[in-house]
Structures are given as structure tokens and as C-alpha cells.
Design a protein around this ligand. Structure first.
Ligand SMILES: Nc1ncnc2c1ncn2[C@@H]1O[C@H](COP(=O)(O)OP(=O)(O)OP(=O)(O)O)[C@@H](O)[C@H]1O
Ligand SMILES: [Mg+2]
Length: 341
């Protein structure tokens, strides 16, 4: 059984423009030790997918009309709120998009991390290494120790002294590390990281990515890394799922997809990665814009921008084709190639 399994998930959201079909039947399966990159243009549904796994989208406006999300076999969409509270932070760690809004500027780092450790310990008393009937003071002391250890682990130098500082006294990279520490404090089985390096300069970005990679090796986590940056995927991910307008159009091992991308959208994304060897004019953009999800095009949502689109693409989304056992793609081009093979 996979750690995380998303099956044919359809999500509708009401907005002022009307009812939008935000996720159009996505399938994704993450095992321990795998780092999945979820990539795609802005607005394609990456963050709502991550938020759905920990059921953090309020309903309304979110409405799950079909499909399921299984975390370690547990039905997330129908679990009660106490079950979800126990999962969040403890078995599912989350780093949200926009680090500046996720640390409270008026509280010391220590208070924020201790609060999280105490919340986790309420469901998992073993975490603090003290008995359930220990005094509040002893529990806080133990939580502080756990917090310092975790800051140390994510590479904050002099963690024992720095922990009592305020977020504004930390650099952007250090704040990001604090958020990672916060997400890892409960030793989660799955880490969902939504654009964890977007606000960082490239050298700090590389450090944070190395850190995530090291943590996967150490704790055997499964990771869902949401990003629009394929360079980040190439550096740290084992697998990648490419999203376009609410569909995962192609997914599989990073190496296979970077070497033999089958979907025209994946190819366009890969062509748009800048490299130092490129000459002026080599960088190719993708014409057109992402469709409006209140009235999306019928069939393959990419068809209006696709130079290979056939009439059948505009009627229904092509069924997934397994190019190799782990490499899946929703495109008739892959079918033609598969028939040739
Ligand atoms: N609370 C909400 N109510 C209505 N629509 C929403 C809500 N949250 C997100 N959406 C819509 O869902 C779609 C997917 O949004 P999402 O935030 O998942 O995009 P994304 O892929 O993470 O983009 P980005 O790369 O910009 O972060 C968008 O069309 C967005 O407008
Ligand atoms: Mg997002």
C-alpha cells in the first residue's frame, strides 16, 4: 500500500465567476523514500492538491465530487476532524507557500516551535520522552529540547541561543529552515512542501534542497514538493507529476520524463528551462494562456494550445497510457508511439 494515494480526484470550487472544476480527476501515488515534484504553470491546482491531502481547504468553497485520497490506507476525505488534527503535523508535515506569513512576527521562534511540539505530543506522548502525567513545566522543558534538536538538524548554527530570537532577526533562508523544522518536529511520514525555496536566493535554495534530500535519506519520508521550477525537480526529486489546468498530464521517474517527455506540455516546460549554454533566442515560451476553469475546454484541456491536437483530443481526455510501468501520460501521441513499439 502506498503512503499516499490520490485516485481520480475531482474538486469543484465556487468563486464569484461561477463553479470552477479545479481538479479534473487526478491520480498520484507517493511511497516512502520518494520525492515527488508537482509542477505546472500558476493556477493549475498544485497548492489545492497539497491542501486537499491534509484537508485544509474549507468546504465551501471546496467540494470533492468524485475520487478519494488515501493516506496510509486511511480515507482522508471522510475522516472526522479529530482524526485529521491528529494526522496534521504528526504524520503529515506541511510547509506552506509564502514563508513570511507562516511565522508569527510577535512570538519568539522558541514559543512557536514549542507550541507545535506540545500539540504533537498531545497525540504522541513518546515524542517528548516524558510521562503523560509530567508537569506542564517539565513538558515545556522537554518540548524546548526537541525544538532545539530539530533546529540543529536543519542547520541553524547555535540553535540553543538562537531559538529565543524573533522571526525578523533571522534571514530568509533561516526562516525557511525554521518552517522545515516545524514541519518535521512530529517526525512525519509525509512532507508536503509548497514552493519552499521560491523566496530564497539560489545558494540558499540549494542548501534547503540538500537538507530536504538528507532528511529523506535519514527518516525515509515521502515528499510532495510543489514547485513551478523544473531545475529544482531535477536537483532533488525522484519522480515528477506535471499538472496542466487541473489534470496530471504526465507522471513518472524524473530521469525518464526529462529524457523522454511524451506530453507536448511537458516538452514545452522543459524547453523553457534557461541554461547557461543557451544563446539569445533559444528560450522558447508557450503561446496562449491557461484556460478558465469555470468553462474549461472539453476533452484535453491543453488541446487549444497544442500543435498536435486532433479532433478526438477536443472530445475527451485521452486515457492514461503507461509508456513504461511507472511512466504515465494522457496523450494520443504516446498511444501512437506505444503502437509503433
Ligand atoms: N479558495 C478558493 N476559492 C476559489 N478558487 C480557488 C481558491 N483557491 C484556489 N482557487 C483556484 O484554484 C485554482 C488552482 O489554484 P492553486 O492555488 O492550486 O494554483 P497553483 O498551481 O498552486 O498556482 P501557483 O503556482 O500560482 O501557486 C486556481 O484557478 C485558483 O483560482
Ligand atoms: Mg500554489
Amino acid at each position: 500500500m502506498a503512503l499516499l494515494e490520490i485516485k481520480n480526484l475531482h474538486l469543484m470550487m465556487r468563486s464569484f465567476e461561477g463553479r470552477a472544476h479545479i481538479l479534473n480527476g487526478i491520480d498520484l501515488s507517493v511511497e516512502r523514500g520518494e520525492v515527488w515534484g508537482l509542477v505546472g504553470e500558476t493556477g493549475c491546482g498544485k497548492s489545492v492538491t497539497g491542501l486537499s491531502v491534509s484537508r485544509l481547504l474549507p468546504s465551501p468553497p471546496a467540494e470533492y465530487v468524485l475520487g478519494e485520497i488515501l493516506f496510509d490506507g486511511q480515507d482522508v476525505l471522510h475522516a472526522g476532524e479529530p482524526t485529521m488534527r491528529a494526522l496534521r503535523g504528526r504524520r503529515i508535515g506541511m510547509i506552506f507557500q509564502d514563508p513570511t506569513t507562516n511565522l508569527n512576527p510577535v512570538f519568539r521562534i522558541s514559543e512557536q516551535l514549542i507550541d507545535v511540539a506540545l500539540h504533537v505530543a498531545a497525540h504522541d506522548p513518546g515524542l517528548l520522552g516524558v510521562t503523560r502525567n509530567a508537569s506542564e513545566r517539565d513538558k515545556r522543558g522537554a518540548a524546548r529540547k526537541v525544538a532545539i534538536q530539530m533546529l540543529d538538524k536543519v542547520g541553524i548554527p547555535h540553535a540553543a541561543e538562537r531559538i529565543d530570537m524573533y522571526p525578523h532577526q533571522f534571514s530568509g533562508g533561516m526562516r525557511q529552515r525554521v518552517l522545515i523544522a516545524m514541519a518535521l518536529i512530529g517526525k512525519p511520514d509525509l512532507l508536503i512542501a509548497d514552493e519552499p525555496t521560491t523566496a530564497l536566493d539560489v545558494s540558499v535554495q540549494a542548501q534547503v534542497l540538500r537538507l530536504i534530500h538528507g532528511l529523506v535519506q535519514e527518516f525515509n519520508l515521502g515528499v510532495l514538493l510543489i514547485t513551478h521550477n523544473l531545475g529544482v525537480v531535477a536537483q532533488v526529486c525522484t519522480h515528477v507529476a506535471v499538472m496542466y489546468a487541473g489534470n496530471i498530464v504526465e507522471s513518472g521517474p524524473v530521469r525518464a520524463i526529462f529524457k523522454h517527455p511524451r506530453h507536448p506540455y511537458t516538452r514545452a516546460l522543459l524547453r523553457a528551462i534557461p541554461s547557461a549554454r543557451m544563446k539569445r533566442g533559444d528560450l522558447i515560451g508557450l503561446a496562449g494562456t491557461v484556460p478558465n476553469l469555470v468553462s474549461p475546454p472539453a476533452g484535453c484541456r491543453f488541446a487549444p494550445r497544442c500543435e498536435f491536437a486532433q479532433p478526438e483530443c477536443r472530445e475527451r481526455l485521452p486515457a492514461a497510457i503507461e509508456v513504461t510501468p511507472a511512466h504515465r501520460v494522457h496523450c494520443i501521441l504516446a498511444r501512437q508511439a506505444a503502437e509503433v513499439v
